[in-house]
Structures are given as C-alpha cells and as structure tokens.
Design a protein around this ligand. Structure first.
Ligand code: THU
Length: 160
C-alpha cells in the first residue's frame, strides 16, 4: 500500500478590487447575472460569467423548478449556453458569485460537485485550463488556476 498525496493550490484575493481589472469586470457581470437568478425555493442566488477566447462573455444564473432536481445551477446554465452558442471557443476564465436572500454571504462559495464535473468536461474538450474565481456577495475571492484543483482524480472521457 502506498499513500497518494494530491496537493492543490488556490489564491485568495482580499477583495474584488484586488483582482486583475479584466476579472473585476467579469465578476461584476457575474454579479449582474446573479440578480437574474430564478430561485424562489432556495432564495440562494448564483451568478456566473464566462470569458471566452473569442472575447465574448457568457453569463448564467441558477434556474429553479417546483420539481427541485429539474432546476439547474448557474455554472451549468452558463457553460452549456457557451457550448451551445460558441462550440469552438475556449473558456478562459469563469467568475462566480453567490448570495442568500436571507443574509449577506461573505465567504467564497465554490461550485457544487455536479458543476465541477460539468466544467471538467469542457476543460478536457478544449485542452486548456479554465481559471475559476469564486466569491460570496462580498469579501474574499478565491482563484483556482484549473478545474483540476477543485476535482482531483476526475472521471473523464479518456477512460471510456
Ligand atoms: N447552486 C448553483 O447555482 N451553483 C452551485 O454551484 C451550487 C448551488 C444553486 C442551485 C440552487 O438553485 C441553489 O443554488 C441552492 O442550492
């Protein structure tokens, strides 16, 4: 038996203003997208903004459903829209912001497991890492240079 250690690195920015200018803009777009969320059941609003290598920005927000599992997270709404509209473009950066209507969300909110799996598909497809920035409504922003940091030992198409 051998121990397998996997080390991951994240970068923490104290505020949104500490981000590179282009990413600040992207995060602001994610913030606007968050306000378009349809989340009457959870009251938890999530916004995503994706910067593509063709210069386009695609945004998404969570869309809930009375049949709860039929709803979709902001990240997948955005990433599937990007894949559908710009199938040949690569996703360079992703900005995520989440907040509850019940209280102010100050800690960074990372993407859920299902979204990590969905994002990984596009990272494998485009053979280029996607940098992911995530935050609450306010406060610190965490950056992951690749989806791989968030989902080690990922299940992906090369195993099929
Ligand atoms: N949600 C997202 O949009 N992204 C995530 O990564 C986690 C959760 C949404 C789904 C649901 O509408 C609400 O947040 C509460 O789980």
């Amino acid at each position: 038996m051998k121990e397998l250690k996997i080390e991951t690195t994240f970068f923490v920015y104290d505020t949104i203003e500490a981000l590179p200018e282009q990413i600040q803009k992207l995060m602001h777009k994610a913030g606007k997208a968050r306000l378009k969320a349809y989340a009457p059941y959870s009251q938890f609003l999530v916004g995503a903004a994706l910067l593509l290598d063709n210069g386009k920005v695609v945004t998404g927000s969570n869309q809930e459903n009375a049949s709860y599992p039929s709803g979709l997270c902001a990240e997948r709404t955005a990433i599937y829209y990007a894949g559908a509209q710009y199938p040949d473009a690569k996703i360079v950066s992703m900005a995520l912001t989440a907040g509850s209507l019940k209280n102010t969300t100050k800690q960074p909110i990372p993407p859920c497991g299902a979204c990590r799996q969905a994002i990984s598909e596009y990272e494998v497809k485009q053979q280029q890492p996607i940098e992911i920035y995530f935050m609450g409504e306010t406060g610190k922003v965490i950056k992951s240079e690749s989806l791989k940091n968030l989902l080690p030992l990922v299940f992906e198409k090369t195993v099929l």
